[in-house]
Ligand binder design. Structure first.
Ligand code: HEM
Length: 529
């Protein structure tokens, strides 16, 4: 090739690369500044954004302040100036949660969960998600939960016996209640959903699951931040050897063995005599009626259920006991109501009494549970990613305009603030929105003012809302009613302050201030009631 032609080719090539690079830069610029017209806090760091600070902040110290300062819709930044749309407008939030053809769980969440456990209801979208959800749904109907409720009662009584043994001849004792509640919640799922007893605290499954939920709570250094940013950008790197991946593989192997045994029995005899394996039963039924469900599919769903349904419930239960320890008047009123019920009905409330919506003498008890779900939501926020451009309708106009629609582009991350957001929004719940006041559920009770099922977004909304909602409510009510009849709960005078954080994983957990690295701890003084 003559040298003139050669240099023309090179120069054209360089121009094309230059144009392509300029176009990509322009796209990036448009993406980064797309939400610049929205208000938001000054970015904590141009490199790291706001999210590292947010993860370490105790609850009640960020979203609620930002809502007051910037209104319900504002902007935050992830590392490298990646914009995050905080959608605290009720109509906008419901739109995002319900329009599943446009808003998916963020890619990073889906890829990581899929890599760790295999494809499950938590990591799939669109038709694949709908199919998985349809197969699992029968395990979570009120009828199904009624069927397994004796197991939950049994576990709650075991907890009472265990604490009575620990108390011995003492009148009271400081106990890390969180540890026992986590064991309860894990065993509740494993015994009812796949007929397996996980109560042995030295067993490998609880430890593996705890490692995964807590995440390696390592130091917050530049190196760990760079690693987090690289993985956020290339989530598939999580497939490379790392502690989480190793724990997840071990968990899959351990659960695979158990699922194999139980799956085989369910296949052979249709059900397990004297045991409940609701999740495996419904998956096996789906398999027989033409939907293909392999043992690996079943294992992925089981891990998903254990993962999504154990620490969530345990942490909410812990928060309820902590709140009652701070508010003895509420605690006493609940206990009095439970005892009055028992005296009138000749026995403690069972599943039917606890799930009844009519007036049956447990109104205050139910109001405390609702207030717990409102104020103590275990997720700070629910995140979604727009997979195509969209226009989000709003109940309130954007600041300084009459505009009731917000346009977002493909790739936009949307965060719906729950715990310190819509669940405690003063424009919905009134000036005392942040106060724990069960009476608000008794006042007339005709119209629930909030957003989402039952007025709260604690369990999400739409096609991906919590499948275990009734199961969780039942557990919460059974544990609270059983424990409160036997014990009273008080702050532990000798222990330092407790903070509720969402460090390590996405859920709010109790940790001791200054000792966050030591994991979940909730020391309370437990006294015989
Ligand atoms: C108080 C306890 C619980 C809370 C606060 C809670 C909260 C939530 C929330 C907010 C979501 C929706 C997340 C999203 O939209 O991206 C969700 C989904 C889910 N939850 Fe729960 N959950 C609890 C207990 C449970 C239990 C007990 C189980 C199972 C036994 C469970 C299983 C699931 C599953 C499988 C999903 C994914 C559903 C789907 O994608 O279709 N959860 N949960």
């Amino acid at each position: 090739m003559p040298s003139a032609t050669y240099s023309t080719v090179i120069s054209s090539f360089v121009k094309i690369i230059g144009l392509w690079a300029a176009y990509r830069l322009y796209q990036r610029w448009r993406h980064v500044f797309a939400l610049s017209f929205l208000p938001g806090p000054p970015t904590a760091s141009y490199v790291w954004g706001d999210m590292f600070d947010l993860k370490k902040a105790p609850v009640g110290t960020r979203y609620n302040f930002w809502r007051k300062a910037y209104g319900p819709v504002y902007r935050l930044r992830e590392p490298l100036m990646e914009p995050v749309l905080v959608m605290g407008d009720p109509k906008g939030a419901l739109h995002v949660l319900n329009k599943t053809s446009v808003y998916w769980r963020p890619e990073i969440d889906r890829v990581i969960l899929g890599l760790w456990f295999g494809p499950s209801v938590l990591s799939t979208e669109a038709d694949a998600h709908a199919q998985r959800r349809r197969k699992l749904n029968p395990a979570f109907t009120p009828q199904s939960i009624k069927q397994v409720s004796p197991v939950l009662q049994d576990l709650a009584h075991t907890l009472v016996d265990e604490w009575n043994d620990k108390l011995g001849t003492d009148d009271s004792l400081v106990l890390n209640v969180s540890e026992a509640l986590h064991r309860f919640a894990l065993n509740a799922i494993s015994r009812t959903m796949f007929a397996y007893d996980l109560s042995d605290p030295t067993g490998s499954i609880p430890t593996l699951l705890k490692n995964i939920s807590d995440g390696p709570d390592g130091p917050d250094t530049t190196l760990t931040r760079v690693a987090a940013v690289v993985i956020g950008t290339f989530p598939k790197l999580m497939g490379l050897p790392n502690p989480m991946k190793t724990w997840a593989t071990m968990l899959q192997t351990e659960l695979g063995k158990i699922a194999g045994e139980v799956w085989g029995s369910v296949e052979r005899i249709g059900t397990l005599e004297g045991m409940d394996a609701r999740a495996l039963e419904v998956l096996s039924q789906a398999n027989k009626s033409g939907d293909t469900v392999s043992k690996d599919d079943a294992v992925a769903e089981i891990i998903g259920l254990l993962f999504a349904g154990s620490e969530t419930v345990a942490n909410v239960m812990g928060e309820l006991l902590y709140e009652l320890a701070q508010q003895p008047v509420i605690q006493t009123r609940m206990r009095d109501e439970l005892r009055a019920f028992e005296a009138l009905n000749g026995g403690p409330p069972g599943y039917v009494d606890l799930s009844a919506s009519n007036k049956n003498g447990l109104e205050y008890f139910n109001a405390v549970i609702m207030e717990t779900l409102r104020c103590k939501a275990v997720l700070m926020d629910i995140a979604r990613e727009a997979i195509v451009d969209d226009a989000i309708p709003l109940s309130n106009p954007l600041p300084g305009t009459n505009e009731h629609v917000l346009h977002v582009r493909k790739g936009q991350i949307v965060s719906i603030p729950v715990r310190d957001g819509l669940n405690v929004d003063t424009s919905i719940w009134g000036d005392d929105a942040e106060a724990f006041r069960p009476e608000r559920w008794l006042d007339g009770n005709a119209v629930v003012p909030g957003v989402g099922p039952g007025g709260v977004l604690t369990f999400g909304d739409g096609a991906k809302s919590c499948i275990g909602r009734h199961f969780a409510m039942t557990e919460l009510k059974i544990v609270a009613s059983t424990l409160l009849r036997s014990f009273s709960f008080h702050p532990s005078e000798t222990e330092p302050d407790i903070d509720f954080y969402h460090l390590g994983g996405n859920t709010v957990k109790p940790k001791i201030r200054g000792s966050e690295g030591e994991g979940v701890q909730l020391p309370l003084r437990v006294r015989r009631a």
